[in-house]
Design a protein. Structure first.
Lengths: 99, 144
């Protein structure tokens, strides 16, 4: 669960920061000491979606979108009323040349 | 007879097998602060006893977040893999590490009182507060 933070993330210290490029465009930042999931971003450092749980008050954010809803396993679902986008809709929105 | 399931992280460097415990705690969601920071969401896992076997050389990282608990993750890609007690027992493996995460019935939500108010799971499950979890698993520990 992540909140769009543009390209505003500043780490105090990047010694423990891990990076994993899971696709041609995306990159995941995590703590190599404890494994905490921190940020998903475009490889150019924009489009930073920060894990809401990394903040002191995760509840301050309203969940508006569920991405890749067609990839969600059937054994859980949120009660929240959100916009739901399929993988195809996500790719059409963010990478129209790849659709 | 339960069979061993294959699990892996995002980057495939940490491959393992694990067998969900027959008659064990089954699958559940944890909303505690550490599980949420670690996994990025709620932590969905299934009780696999002490059955997890990693492939030789898997780059498994370990973080001991409490006096009794330990979290294993991939040092290459950061995937959350399992929570266990530090004696290597009570391995609760991320359902998402398996090929078919949808096969597990989410029967319980623990640390429900630590869940942020901005999301909730649909459907009926058993729920346990932090105090109820400590009373059941560590009656000697003082959670306060
Ligand atoms: Zn950390
Ligand atoms: Zn990995």
């Amino acid at each position: 669960m992540a909140v769009d933070c543009g390209s505003s993330v500043r780490f105090e210290d990047t010694d423990a920061l891990g990076s994993y490029k899971g696709s041609e465009w995306g990159e995941r930042l995590f703590c190599t000491v404890c494994g905490s999931s921190l940020v998903w971003q475009m490889q150019d450092g924009t489009g930073q979606g920060v894990s809401m749980n990394a903040f002191d008050d995760p509840a301050q954010f309203t969940l508006k979108n569920q991405w890749f809803i067609d990839k969600k396993p059937d054994n859980y679902a949120l009660v929240n009323e959100t916009r739901c986008l399929t993988e195809a809709e996500c790719i059409a929105m963010f990478a129209p040349d790849k659709a | 007879m339960a069979e061993a399931l294959k699990g892996t992280c995002m980057c495939d460097a940490c491959k393992f097998t694990a067998t969900p415990t027959v008659g064990g705690l089954g699958a559940g969601a944890c909303h505690c602060g550490m599980c949420r920071k670690w996994s990025g969401g709620m932590y969905l896992s299934v009780d696999c006893g002490a059955s997890v076997k990693f492939d030789e050389g898997a780059p498994v990282g370990s973080y001991k977040g409490s006096e009794w608990g330990e979290r294993l993750f991939c040092r290459e890609c950061g995937s959350s893999l399992l929570w266990q007690t530090q004696d290597g027992q009570n391995q609760h493996v991320s359902i998402q590490a398996f090929d078919d995460p949808g096969q597990f019935e989410i029967g319980v939500q623990v640390f429900i009182d630590k869940k942020p108010g901005n999301y909730a799971l649909a459907g009926e499950t058993k729920t346990m507060t932090e105090a109820e979890v400590f009373a059941m698993f560590a009656p000697d520990a003082d959670p306060s």
